[in-house]
Design a protein around this ligand. Structure first.
Ligand SMILES: NC(=O)c1ccc[n+]([C@@H]2O[C@H](COP(=O)([O-])OP(=O)(O)OC[C@H]3O[C@@H](n4cnc5c(N)ncnc54)[C@H](OP(=O)(O)O)[C@@H]3O)[C@@H](O)[C@H]2O)c1
Length: 328
């Protein structure tokens, strides 16, 4: 199989993690990096031994050095970056959330279709072995029908006031990490959403949700209770409660351990370590799909990103959080 030549857009925290993982990912080779500054591009490229470096995103988009680009800029810029690269015939793996709202995502998918390129949200949590094992467990029926789902992804960013999670044009805990909790719930609830209810604490300084709590009722009676926060720590655990038992999933967005309880008693612990830093599976999945000529991943199709974005649109309307791009 021909290796997919990847280029990274941006040189921040997550770009570093992707570059590291790319070295251990079958079917992928890291060929280029683009930064707003050539100095940053050079130092990033030197750190990871990347042959091509660009001092602007546009230059890399227009070059023949890459087949696919990984969007690793703050989420308010995902759509514009992805569209720039797709219009230049490049496949896209975009960090989560793939963009800010459903209408921006519609523009991205239309662009992908027009240019016949691959587009996938980098939801690494969907690809890691722990999630795949958990899906098998639920399917096996050992827990009975899942009737309750719980998950919180909360962290404290008070010492990083300049982080993009505080940005008033695309910040907040919902978009930053609530998307993981919503995704977790979506993977274990097959019925349609009947009702979503959300409340949030909106920060006085930056006017984004610092803490958001969400209840989702599905038409089969299942209820999910989810939360996200960026100025508050909580145990970042997930639970699936079934008719016969439940499973505790430590760090449900990258589970490495599944603790199974039947009739309230501990029954089994399944270790599910992931390879490397956890990004290898998503890089391999995107590279595999691109090499096979697919425009979507069956594991993380456009419909899944659209589903989560529509829920986040609804939640933001309930908590009164709008961004400039919502009204375009
Ligand atoms: N999958 C995960 O586990 C995970 C974890 C953290 C973050 N993320 C996602 O990854 C994306 C990037 O997050 P990050 O934590 O890597 O951010 P970061 O450390 O702030 O880096 C973002 C990079 O984007 C580029 N950039 C372009 N325009 C910018 C602007 N106006 N302001 C700031 N940076 C700008 C910069 O690179 P240049 O200056 O070199 O162009 C910067 O280094 C976000 O969408 C986030 O949600 C995912």
């Amino acid at each position: 199989m021909k290796e997919v030549r990847w280029g990274i857009i941006g040189t921040g925290g997550i770009a570093h993690r992707f570059a590291q993982a790319c070295k251990n990912s079958d079917g992928a080779v890291l060929s280029a990096v683009a930064s707003r500054s050539i100095e940053n591009a050079n130092s990033f490229a030197d750190e990871f031994g990347i042959p091509q470096r660009f001092g602007s995103y546009k230059e890399m988009a227009e070059s023949d050095a890459i087949d696919a680009a990984y969007v690793a800029v703050p989420h308010g810029l995902h759509a514009a970056c992805a569209i720039l690269f797709m219009n230049n015939g490049k496949h896209i793996l975009s960090e989560k959330p793939i963009t800010i709202n459903s209408s921006e995502f519609f523009k991205m998918t239309e662009c992908a279709k027009r240019n016949k390129v691959f587009l996938m949200e980098a939801m690494w949590a969907r690809m890691v072995p722990g999630t795949l094992r958990l899906m098998e467990l639920v399917k096996s029926g050992r827990l009975g029908r899942i009737k309750g789902i719980q998950g919180s992804f909360c962290y404290d960013m008070s010492d990083e006031p300049n982080h993009h999670a505080f940005s008033s044009d695309s910040g907040g805990s919902l978009l930053d990490v609530g998307c993981y909790a919503l995704s977790f719930a979506s993977w274990y609830s097959s019925a349609a959403v009947e009702k979503i209810t959300a409340v949030a604490d909106i920060g006085k300084l930056n006017h984004v949700d610092e803490h958001c709590c969400i209840l989702i009722k599905y038409t089969d009676g299942t209820i999910a209770s989810l939360s996200s926060a960026m100025m508050l720590k909580k145990p970042n655990e997930g639970y699936l409660f079934g008719e016969k038992g439940y499973v505790k999933v430590g760090r449900f967005y990258a589970p490495e351990k599944l603790e199974i309880f039947i009739d309230g008693c501990p029954e089994e612990i399944i270790e599910t370590p992931y390879k490397g830093n956890g990004f290898e599976e998503e890089i391999q999945e995107a590279s595999r799909c691109i090499s096979a000529g697919l425009t979507q991943s069956p594991l993380m199709p456009h419909s899944q990103s659209a589903y989560i974005l529509s829920q986040m649109d609804e939640i933001r309307s309930q908590i009164g959080l709008t961004f400039p791009c919502d009204v375009k």
